[in-house]
Design a protein around this ligand. Structure first.
Ligand SMILES: Cc1cc2nc3c(=O)[nH]c(=O)nc-3n(C[C@H](O)[C@H](O)[C@H](O)COP(=O)(O)O)c2cc1C
Length: 169
C-alpha cells in the first residue's frame, strides 16, 4: 500500500506526518542531565551526529517535556544509546515507568549515564535553535565510549525492532 501526498495539496494531518516520519528507522537514546539522586532521563530518538571536527551531536526536544528546561539550565547532558534488549528502558524514560526496573547510572563528567548503554556521550550545549514546537540542542562532545559486542534497539513505524541481519557496508 502506498500513501502519498501530492505537491500543492493541503498539508497532511499529524497522523499522516507521524506515519511518514516514522518510516525513517532510528536508534533510541536516553538523554540525561544531573547526577547522583538528581539524574533526569528522557527517551529520545532524535539524536543525530552532526560533525566530526569539531565533534558535535544534537537532540531535538519538545518544549513541553520536563527535560527541556532542565537541559537549558544544565548546559551539559548525556546521551546513552540503547541496546537490543532495552525496550523496557525506552518505555520507562518515555513516561511509562516499568514496575521493578531500577535504572543503574554511572557518573561521568558530572552527568549520570546508563551503565549498560551501547554507546555513551557527554555533550556540552553549544547552540540552541528553536524549531516549531521543539528546540534543537547542539552539543560539543566532551567524553564518549561504546561497546562493539552488542546490537542496537531500533525504532520504526512507532514500534521497536532489531537488526534482522548483521550490518555491513
Ligand atoms: C522511542 C521514543 C522516542 C522519543 N523521542 C523523543 C525526542 O526525540 N524528543 C522529544 O521531545 N520527545 C521524544 N519522545 C517522548 C519523550 O520521551 C516523552 O515525552 C517523555 O515522557 C518526556 O519526559 P520528561 O517530560 O520527563 O522530560 C520519545 C518517546 C519515545 C517512546
Amino acid at each position: 500500500m502506498v500513501e502519498s501526498m501530492e505537491r500543492g495539496a493541503a498539508l497532511p494531518d499529524q497522523h499522516f506526518l507521524r506515519a511518514m516520519f516514522g518510516r525513517f528507522a532510528s536508534g533510541v537514546t536516553v538523554v540525561t542531565c544531573g547526577a547522583g539522586d538528581a539524574v533526569h532521563g528522557m527517551t529520545a530518538n532524535s539524536f543525530t551526529s552532526v560533525s566530526l571536527e569539531p565533534a558535535l551531536g544534537l537532540v531535538s526536544l519538545s518544549r513541553n517535556c520536563r527535560m527541556h528546561d532542565r537541559l537549558v539550565a544544565a548546559r551539559r547532558f548525556g546521551v546513552s544509546v540503547l541496546a537490543e534488549g532495552h525496550r523496557h528502558v525506552s518505555n520507562h524514560f518515555a513516561g511509562r515507568p516499568v514496575d521493578g526496573y531500577l535504572p543503574a547510572f554511572e557518573e561521568r563528567c558530572g552527568v549520570g549515564l546508563l551503565s549498560d548503554a551501547l554507546a555513551w556521550m557527554i555533550l556540552e550545549t553549544e547552540a540552541e535553535h528553536r524549531a516549531g514546537t521543539h528546540t534543537l540542542f547542539v552539543g560539543r562532545l566532551v567524553s564518549c565510549g561504546y561497546r562493539a559486542d552488542a546490537h542496537p534497539l531500533i525504532f520504526f513505524g512507532g514500534g521497536y525492532g532489531a537488526l534482522s541481519a548483521p550490518a555491513s557496508a
